[in-house]
Design a protein around this ligand. Structure first.
Ligand SMILES: Cc1cc2nc3c(=O)[nH]c(=O)nc-3n(C[C@H](O)[C@H](O)[C@H](O)COP(=O)(O)OP(=O)(O)OC[C@H]3O[C@@H](n4cnc5c(N)ncnc54)[C@H](O)[C@@H]3O)c2cc1C
Ligand code: SF4
Length: 556
């Protein structure tokens, strides 16, 4: 018998005469919902571990480990509190496992799942009365608040939503006015980092027998999945989640603001908190981290910057996803849909087919909006093949080593380069979904399709987030170790101009692009021709898995 099953059996109370609650993999909290207030001896919980979900996409091994180890520890923690735990291990969709449990135990309750994929999978059980869906108490804001904040939308704007949430909850307000005189200190939060103050090392956690068992399971059953499994970097118990948050409060939040946009070869996370994976599993609660951040004695620009991410961006993207039925139903009309989950270019890189037959289902593979009509494949460089772009190679290698990267590396390196190369947005979204430990449909799809690749047009952002070498050079130390020179021959700058030229018609009406497009028109015909040659060279070389070298760069 496995260590987990033995420990669960040892703690398991008698399961008879109870009401039952299904707890999805990302609702691992006993501070919200029925688990926070009902009598342990009257309530039982159902948890499901299934190969079907893990095999739908080639998820990073560290992500599989994070979810499984947290779910197993959560089962043990709740059994120790006196709740009966029914832990199902299955190969098929959730709906099949739940139907069997419902036939035996009667109807279950469930807090509404955050992921649309899970909502779609279990919908038939709700229709048949086997599942009662109750409110998810982990969110900080309601759909009404979102709608109230967007009186003139769509398009939807995060800053209006954020101001509304600040006012509704009285956060950082004094006499009805924002503390410090403005709602956002973003303009002050754009410092590059030169090594001082020192960036904290990410915390390590004990590798207990549950984690070891999960690690062995992953190496055995999910050996084809990419990424490095590092059990010592894995917070999995309720205590370890608290320890990660304490580390973030003590080491990150003070300097969070000024270096929020900085990037460095010396630190993948700098002063970012690394809490997203645990927030999205509800091991940490947004309401709790916001309260505690507000109580810290730290500079206002840092605290406001952090709070804005959690009560603003995180909630906003969730509402955009919910209001559009997972980006399927956009104000401009219905979006094309993928029949099967995508693997983000895994097949071309590894030569192995994906998804497995067993992972297919009736719930489809996600929405594929594509405002700019981008159709290029994601290059193998995103899977670890050397591209010759130091910024890209460094960020990609950090992601496959840890399943983590902070916001600006995701936006201004990965999504920027893919967008400049006209990579299909859906393939990019699938890559982000498999590569990051914090990725779930409600958060990864709006961030990649809406913000990172402009596939939703101006629905949730005012312009495409694209830039040439100047931005990366200003905000990072990547360029110092690169074969290219950001001021002379970096291909990203030519890619930026050729992107604007290719999409000029679609972007011409965007007021925020008036200046760049005016500069584009002033570019000489020779420069514009060379921009196109560089685009073709980079696209062709990277698509073939090759490495870019300065002496092979087309010269105008
Ligand atoms: C292309 C792209 C893809 C992304 N994919 C994901 C994803 O799959 N999952 C995910 O949780 N975040 C995603 N983000 C948002 C953001 O990059 C991560 O939440 C953040 O980097 C997580 O690291 P952290 O915990 O150190 O964050 P910190 O910088 O310390 O921020 C604190 C918290 O704010 C929240 N947050 C900040 N920005 C966002 C945002 N745009 N959307 C949602 N929450 C936000 C996160 O919960 C984060 O933990 C993506 C952003 C981009 C540009
Ligand atoms: S020179 Fe260009 S490719 Fe190299 S790190 Fe800088 S921005 Fe990236």
């Amino acid at each position: 018998m496995s260590t987990f099953k033995r420990q669960l059996a040892e703690r398991q109370p008698d399961g008879s005469a109870r009401r039952w609650l299904y707890v999805p993999y990302d609702q691992l909290s006993d501070s919200i919902g029925p688990l926070s207030r009902e009598e342990p001896r009257e309530l039982g919980i159902v948890l499901i571990e299934n190969k079907w979900k893990a095999a739908r996409r080639p998820y990073h091994k560290q992500k599989l480990a994070l979810v499984l180890a947290n779910q197993r520890h959560f089962a043990l923690e709740q059994a120790a509190r006196g709740f009966a735990v029914r832990y199902e291990v299955t190969d098929g969709p959730y709906r099949d496992a739940l139907a069997t449990v419902i036939a035996e135990l009667g109807a279950l309750r469930v807090m509404e799942p955050a992921e649309r994929e899970l909502r779609a999978d279990i919908a038939p059980l709700e229709g048949s009365g086997g599942l009662e869906v109750i409110e998810h108490e982990g969110w900080l804001t309601s759909a009404d608040q979102f709608e109230a904040s967007q009186r003139r939308g769509p398009p939807w704007r995060m800053d209006a939503f954020y101001r509304q949430v600040r006012r509704d909850r009285g956060i950082l307000l004094e006499g009805g006015k924002p503390v410090g005189g403005k709602y956002s200190f973003d303009a002050e939060n754009r410092k590059p980092w030169n090594g001082e103050p020192p960036a904290p090392a990410p915390p390590q956690f004990p590798v207990d027998p549950i984690k070891k068992e999960v690690g062995a399971l992953i190496e055995r059953r999910f050996a084809d999945h990419p990424g490095t499994l590092e059990l010592a970097a894995l917070p999995a118990t309720a205590q370890e989640a608290k320890a990660l948050w304490s580390w973030a409060k003590a080491n990150c939040l003070h300097h969070f603001g000024p270096y929020e946009d900085a990037m460095s070869v010396r630190s993948a996370g700098l002063f970012h908190t690394r809490i997203s994976a645990l927030l999205n599993l509800h091991r940490l609660l947004p309401t709790h981290v916001v309260e505690e951040a507000l109580a810290l004695d730290a500079p206002l620009n840092s605290i406001e910057g952090f709070v804005r991410q959690v009560i603003g961006w995180r909630e906003f993207v969730r509402h955009v996803h919910r209001a559009t039925d997972g980006l399927r139903d956009l104000p401009a009309g219905a979006t094309p849909l993928e029949a099967e989950p995508g693997a983000g270019g895994y097949e071309r890189w590894s030569g192995r087919r994906w998804p497995a037959e067993s992972a297919k289902s009736t719930i489809g593979g996600g929405a594929a909006p594509n405002e700019l009509g981008a159709q290029e494949p994601l290059p193998p460089a995103f899977w670890g093949r050397t591209s010759g772009f130091q910024c890209l190679d460094r960020v990609v290698s950090d992601v496959w080593a840890s399943g983590y990267g902070h916001h600006i590396t995701r936006l201004m390196v990965l999504a920027n380069i893919a967008t400049l190369l006209d990579v299909t947005p859906r393939e990019l979204a699938d890559w982000f979904w498999v590569a990051y430990t914090d990725a779930y449909d409600w958060v990864v799809e709006p961030n990649v399709l809406g913000m990172g690749s402009f596939a939703l047009g101006e629905l949730m952002t005012t312009k495409p987030y694209v830039s040439g070498a100047a931005y990366i050079n200003r905000m990072s130390d990547f360029c110092a170790g690169c074969a290219f020179d950001p001021k002379h021959d970096c291909p990203l700058t030519a890619l930026y101009w050729s992107f604007l030229a290719r999409h000029e018609d679609k972007l011409a009406s965007n007021p925020r692009l008036r200046l760049p497009l005016a500069s584009l028109r002033r570019r000489s015909a020779d420069s514009r021709r060379n921009d196109t040659q560089v685009f073709d060279w980079v696209r062709g070389t990277l698509a073939a898995g090759g490495e870019l070298r300065p002496d092979e760069r087309p010269r105008g």
